[in-house]
Ligand binder design. Structure first.
Ligand SMILES: [Zn+2]
Ligand SMILES: [Zn+2]
Length: 296
């Protein structure tokens, strides 16, 4: 999958995400942030407190489930459901606080992942190396001009979304505010557990989707990619580990397609639907019947 950047026949996606880090300079701010958060996470056990543990659990669920799987992934990127305005802003804040990038960048790279799964141009295929797919793909510095073209190509709907644009612009601010609040009000223990260790845990839970669930597990559906369903990843990722189900029906809001495939994010969506906070929820069955109808 190695390509020459100057080759004009290479498309935008391939030019942006390949060749790999050996051919590109390092994105030092990102690399430094990943390193510092992990140093803080390794120090955290030496500064244990019950308050710190509560911060970690609360923020793991808020940023991991509500922020990444519920908001960034199933709502923003795949349009699996619509959310009431106040809840939408609350969920976007959770997504920003996961420190996984601006919403437009997250949605753009993930939509490309679905468009190019395990093919040339996929941002993070394990076929390019397990560690590459886990996190090394985040490290190279990439061209801003190509980035702008890809944002325009893959996220035109989100560019019209006021809430998404607001958090895209203020993304860094919210993370500085949270870090300062944890340090100022809770002390070093709350900062290390609630910010550093929690962020590292949510990072790895998300990264396991890009790596492990394209390597190990079983398949319910025959798809053109290597996606798999992996129960232990599903448990720590609020249901995102049923990744083969997701690749088969990307816009479905629910990822557990068998009764025992537990999907915590799906439960949150169901509760929001009952409370009428979430509307136009796309169920797997509904998506299947729609695609069948289109193919007729
Ligand atoms: Zn995938
Ligand atoms: Zn997806």
């Amino acid at each position: 999958m190695n390509v020459i950047v100057t080759d004009l026949s290479v498309d935008l996606e391939t030019a942006y995400f390949e060749p790999k880090m050996l051919n590109r300079p390092i994105n030092w701010p990102t690399f430094g942030a990943i390193g510092l958060i992990h140093v803080g996470a390794l120090i955290a056990p030496f500064y244990f407190s019950w308050q710190g543990l509560v911060c970690l659990i609360t923020l793991y669920c808020y940023t991991g489930c509500l922020g990444i799987t519920f908001c960034y992934h199933r709502m923003l990127t795949h349009r699996g459901f619509k959310l009431h305005t106040v809840a939408k802003w609350f969920a976007h804040l959770a997504g920003a606080l996961a420190l996984q990038g601006r919403p437009l960048d997250w949605a753009m790279s993930h939509r490309i992942h679905h468009a190019r799964s395990d093919q040339e141009g996929d941002p993070h295929s394990p076929l390019d190396g397990n560690w590459w797919s886990h996190f090394l793909w985040l490290v190279p510095r990439r061209k801003r001009q190509t980035h702008g073209l890809l944002i325009a190509k893959y996220t035109p709907d989100l560019l019209q979304d006021r809430c998404c644009i607001f958090f895209n612009r203020t993304y860094i601010f919210w993370n500085i505010l949270l870090g300062a609040a944890l340090l100022g009000f809770g002390g070093l223990s709350c900062f290390l557990w609630g910010f550093c260790l929690r962020t590292a845990m949510v990072w790895h839970m998300t990264w396991l989707i890009n790596s492990a669930t394209h390597i190990w597990g079983y398949r319910n559906y025959t798809t053109s990619d290597q996606s798999r369903n992996l129960w232990w990843v599903a448990l720590v990722t609020f249901g995102e580990g049923w990744h083969n189900n997701h690749h088969a029906q990307p816009t479905a809001a629910y990822h557990g397609h068998r009764w025992w495939e537990l999907d915590a994010t799906g439960w949150v969506i169901s509760i929001c639907k009952i409370l009428r906070i979430a509307t136009k929820v796309k169920s797997p069955k509904l998506v299947a019947s729609k695609s069948q109808a289109q193919s007729v």
